[in-house]
Design a protein around this ligand. Structure first.
Ligand SMILES: NC(=O)c1ccc[n+]([C@@H]2O[C@H](COP(=O)([O-])OP(=O)(O)OC[C@H]3O[C@@H](n4cnc5c(N)ncnc54)[C@H](OP(=O)(O)O)[C@@H]3O)[C@@H](O)[C@H]2O)c1
Length: 227
């Protein structure tokens, strides 16, 4: 059984990972709200990762950091605080978690870390200046730490396109917006959290032991294809 720390497993993609991992592994969830499910393999800590100390956890094999933001505004409307806040939750929170659990991860079994970027770090889209900047930071962190931790800990990121979670609820708030979103993607669709969770589960598995320092686009073709 692996010891898996999920920061942000109360809902969204993190919750889908949590649900897929619970039967076979011990899961430690850290988020402000508790996940709906209770399970003998689940320990929950109610913590704001930006404001409170992270809990001591004796054994950690895997760290998955899920908190993020979607703050879409024209550059003229984005405040400096918007940029700072997006950087805090997407990058600094991840750095705090990595620094906290690095000593125990080093002693873990096939230890690995998964972070989240976005397709907007590669594909220029209007109104994404703040989130694209922050997620570019996440991708830089993955590259740099991939090298620094190479012989011991693997670290990768997933860069999803729009995913049906509460974070994206404003962009998918009615049928017309959902249909438009499907049409915008060359492969005609957008993500369900379970699809992204399946990629995270692969990246933390032994099957991915050759893979580190990489960013995986899950894009329904929006970054990859022009057709
Ligand atoms: N959804 C998308 O369309 C999409 C697209 C591209 C990239 N992404 C990225 O994918 C990742 C996951 O997104 P998601 O849609 O699953 O997000 P979500 O539904 O908002 O879930 C985020 C999770 O993080 C926790 N969290 C947020 N702020 C926190 C804080 N300060 N302290 C502790 N926990 C905190 C939330 O729990 P509490 O609220 O209980 O604290 C929740 O469990 C993010 O990094 C996001 O940027 C998402």
């Amino acid at each position: 059984m692996k010891n898996i720390v999920i920061i942000g497993g109360s809902k969204g993609i993190g919750n889908a990972i949590l649900l897929q991992q619970l039967e076979t592994n011990l899961v430690y969830n850290i988020s402000r709200n508790a996940p709906e499910i209770t399970h003998p393999n689940l320990t929950h800590f109610s913590i704001n990762v930006l404001e409170e100390a992270l809990p001591e956890i004796e054994n950690v094999d895997t760290l998955i950091y899920c908190p993020g933001s979607i703050n879409l505004k024209p550059i003229s409307s984005l405040s400096i605080d918007d940029f700072k806040n997006d950087f805090e939750i997407n990058v600094i929170g991840a750095v705090r978690a990595i620094q906290k659990y690095l000593p125990v991860l080093r002693k873990g079994t096939d230890p690995s870390i998964v972070l989240f970027s976005t397709v907007a770090a590669k594909l220029g889209m209007p109104f994404h200046a703040s989130i694209a900047t922050a997620k570019a930071g996440v991708e830089g962190l993955v590259k740099s730490l991939g090298a620094e931790l190479a012989s011991v800990i693997r670290i990768n990121a997933i860069a999803p396109t729009i995913t049906e979670t509460t974070l994206a609820a404003g962009i998918l708030r009615n049928d017309r917006m959902k249909e438009n979103m499907v049409e915008r993607h060359p492969m005609k669709g957008y993500l369900k959290p379970e699809e992204v969770a399946a990629m995270a589960n692969f990246l933390i598995s032994e099957n991915a032991k050759s893979i580190s320092g990489q960013v995986f686009e899950m894009d329904y073709g929006i970054v990859t294809f022009k057709i």
